[in-house]
Write a protein that binds this ligand. Structure first.
Ligand code: SF4
Length: 411
């Protein structure tokens, strides 16, 4: 069990650069599997939302003293569903409120149904330099089962349109383990995705979330429960096929061309600071995890001019502003330690030795002597001069390995 009293905990400060996440809670249609904080039929709230988001961004910029921003991620929801003029305005406000680094990665999630040549050009000229497209499958029957509002061909056209407009960094999301999905359909989907030559591919195993239309249909017997063994085979097929086609797996669910990893997501997995704005967005700043009001209407009503503007010491305790923050968790060094290990081990490169030592004041071996010996003897992890990482076997038993670090901290 680690001796926590020895740890000199120094969480990264936000003056070293943060990730900025913007939550867009609008979708044109709701997919059958989706339980994200996103809504259909509330387009009348869009202009109020944009106004509020701008106020929140401006307020945070002042509170944090205009910190450097290493990545911006427009997620949702469907950011591409927002009017391009609004997106341009939001970009301008971000640049005024924060010191966006010249090399910053600026990603926008987009739905194939929203992509046109004009919109693609407008997104590029407003500063977006990476797009992440939710395609999910290249099988039209499965797309229909998922409630997606595009066909496979429309998704391919949208991807090509974005490329032709000048995007040089494009990511595709796919889902596997779907009801009725066969191994052949999954291979075809992978082949189609690889054929588009994206820079990045994220693969998600379907989770049936309570309360979604898909969960209701599975519970009623309308659709069969996806087969776990088949889903595991699909994951292995993806590893093989993406590896053979020049993609490096750098995280449990993510592959990229060399050097094209998602910088924004690396911030999450390295447990570095980020600010989330918009309804329900989560933040990890100044030793606190906090989240905004989930309801877009309440968010829009509450973020008035109520921010207590003050400069915050980036290494000291942070006072949160009045406004949209709903829930706050103060993170202890023990929790930060466990989270740093759990998230970092999701990366193929593992938890960086240098970052760990800088953050906790001592090496992995000093902090976790027994755990490291036990897990190494079982062949589940390896520890090198650069990092602590899961072995191939450890990756199959990832949750059990992560639990070692968490359970011991709770004893
Ligand atoms: S487009 Fe994305 S956010 Fe919107 S309903 Fe579908 S899965 Fe959910």
């Amino acid at each position: 069990m680690p001796n926590l009293s020895r740890i000199e905990h120094k969480p990264p400060t936000f003056d070293e650069g943060i990730g900025l996440y913007l939550h867009v809670p609008f979708c044109q249609t709701k997919c059958t599997y989706c339980d994200f904080n996103t809504y259909v039929g509330i387009e009348d709230q869009m202009s109020g939302y944009v106004e509020t988001l701008i106020r929140e961004l401006t307020g945070w910029g002042e509170i944090l003293g205009h910190p450097p921003v290493r990545s911006v991620f427009f997620g949702g929801g469907t950011p591409s569903y927002l009017p391009p003029d609004d997106l341009e305005q939001i970009h301008a406000v971000i640049r005024a409120a924060f010191a966006v680094e010249e090399e910053a990665e600026i990603t926008m999630e987009c739905n194939p149904g929203d992509v046109t040549p004009d919109r693609a050009s407008s997104w590029l000229s407003s500063g977006v330099n990476r797009n992440s497209m939710g395609i999910q499958s290249f099988d039209n029957e499965l797309l229909s089962l998922l409630g997606r509002r595009h066909t496979a061909d429309e998704a391919k056209d949208a991807f090509t349109t974005l490329r032709a407009a000048g995007f040089t960094n494009q990511s595709i999301d796919l889902i596997y383990g779907l009801p009725y999905q066969t191994a052949q359909q999954w291979s075809d989907t992978l082949e189609n995705a690889i054929g588009l030559e994206p820079e990045h591919i994220s693969l998600y195993s379907l989770q049936i979330e309570q309360g979604t239309p898909l969960a209701v249909d599975v519970q009623s017997g309308k659709y069969p429960l996806p087969d776990d063994d088949l889903a595991a085979d699909m994951y292995e097929e993806a590893q093989r096929s993406l590896g053979e086609n020049g993609f490096d797996q750098y995280e449990i669910s993510n592959w990229s061309r060399p050097g094209m990893e998602s910088r924004h997501n690396l911030i999450y997995w390295r447990n570095e600071p980020y600010l989330g704005v918009g309804p329900g967005a989560h933040s990890w700043l100044g030793g606190k995890r906090f989240s905004n009001l989930r309801s877009p209407r309440r968010y829009t009503t509450v973020v008035g001019s109520a921010y207590e503007l003050q400069t915050v010491d980036p290494v000291g305790p942070m006072t949160l502003p009045n406004g949209p923050v709903e829930q706050v968790d103060h993170t202890t060094p023990a929790v930060d330690l466990a989270e740093t290990m759990m998230m970092g081990m999701r990366l193929n490169s593992g938890v960086s030795r240098d970052r760990f030592t800088k953050r906790f004041g001592e090496s992995f071996e000093s902090t976790f002597p027994d755990e490291i010996k036990r897990l190494s003897n079982l062949g589940l992890i390896s520890v090198t001069n650069e990092s602590l990482l899961l072995s191939d076997r450890g990756r199959l038993l990832g949750n059990e390995v992560f639990a070692e670090f968490v359970c011991d901290l709770e004893e």
